[in-house]
Write a protein that binds this ligand. Structure first.
Ligand SMILES: *Cc1c(COP(=O)(O)O)cnc(C)c1O
Length: 354
């Protein structure tokens, strides 16, 4: 049966990437050896991580502007603490837009003062706060560009007189932005770039080295930069597969080419949710995420019937996060629009039977 994978993460990847990654596990570059059994210092693997690093900068339009790209371990959750370890001297500002922002705040508080610039917690994070003031003189401001669990997304970014940091785990490479407005971007690979096990960090070098504390080597962005993202053994399979996905995106025409496709997918699903009297969206309309659409049945008694229908259609990963309930359709870069059409058809056939 053909499957339609709406999983929030680890996520769907392009089929051609899966095939190449699988082949490399058996025989990497016709070497007769597996990708995962050779030295990470061998020229074949060094060229993989170098290509991944340069593709990341190229796709974001950040080449030759003082940025470095790293592929680290520990997930975006380690990004929460590394950000504060490397940048927080006195006080930072955090926009609290969901579970991941809240976790980032918790980690930052271990290192210094945190000012919550605004929070949408009062409405279970179903909107993005706007019009909040950003005080001058903060060490940095931290945002979460896409709230994977609640299905909201930032479409405007504040002006700051300090470095701007963004957790882009679940929407990096999905839409066109002026990425040079950010000084530090981090993203766990498993939402829109690759398998779990590596985290992309893109950092403007000039913001580093300003805090007075001693930073353990593995937590120090400057150490990883000095060692070309090879301070210790990188997650070779995750880096290789991420590199293949970035190549796939470049061959497609880059972010510029994928963004309108992502727009179309989101429009297709949200139009149906808005039209269909049996369903209701969770997030405030203006703040709806194009990556993760959260919605629910108006009448919960139809749940069993609806669940049967989408499962029978080959759909996977539609259950909402426990903190929101209902459904969540994650429409990352590799999800074909045909899969969204299958979901829309299921929603419509549920309405016909009702
Ligand atoms: C999934 C997710 C995280 C956590 O990522 P890990 O790699 O599991 O640590 C952080 N931020 C956002 C926005 C996420 O979607």
């Amino acid at each position: 049966m053909q499957r339609h994978n709406f999983s929030a993460g680890p996520c769907i990847l392009p089929k051609s990437v899966m095939e190449q990654a699988a082949a490399a596990v058996l025989d990497f570059n016709d070497s007769g050896l597996s990708l995962i059994e050779i030295s990470h210092r061998s020229p074949d693997f060094v060229s993989v991580i170098e290509e991944a690093r340069s593709l990341a900068l190229e796709l974001l339009g950040l080449e030759n502007q003082g940025y470095q790209a790293l592929f680290l371990q520990g997930g975006a959750s380690t990004g929460f603490l590394m950000t504060a370890f490397n940048l927080l001297q006195n006080k930072a500002g955090y926009l609290n837009t969901g579970t991941w922002s809240s976790k980032a705040i918790k980690e930052a508080k271990l290192f210094g003062k945190v000012e919550e610039l605004a929070s949408s917690k009062n409405a279970n994070f179903n909107y993005i706060p706007k019009g909040y003031a950003v005080p001058k003189g903060l060490d940095f401001v931290h945002l979460t560009s896409n709230n994977t669990i609640f299905g909201t997304q930032l479409f405007e970014f504040p002006e700051t007189d300090c470095p701007l940091v963004c957790d882009m785990s679940s929407d990096i490479f999905s839409r066109e932005l002026d990425f040079s407005q950010f000084d530090l971007i981090y993203a766990g690979a498993q939402k829109n770039m690759g398998p779990a096990g590596t985290t992309l960090v893109v950092v403007k070098e000039e913001i580093l080295g300003q805090v007075s504390r001693t930073i353990p080597s593995m937590m120090d962005f400057q150490v990883h930069i000095a060692k070309d993202s090879m301070f210790n053994t990188p997650s070779v399979f995750a880096v290789y597969t991420s590199m293949l996905t970035l190549r796939w995106l470049k061959d497609l025409g880059g972010i510029k080419a994928i963004a309108p496709i992502n727009d179309k997918k989101a429009e297709l699903l949200y139009n149906e949710i808005d039209r269909n009297p049996l369903f209701t969206g969770f997030a405030k309309t203006d703040d709806r995420s194009k990556m993760n659409a959260t919605f629910n049945l108006v009448d919960a008694s139809g749940k069993e019937r609806f669940d049967q229908l989408w499962q029978k259609a080959g759909i996977n990963g539609l259950a909402g996060h426990r903190s929101v309930g209902g459904y969540r359709a994650s429409m990352y870069n590799a999800l074909p629009i045909d899969s969204v059409q299958v979901l829309v058809d299921v929603i419509q056939s549920f309405e016909k039977d009702y």
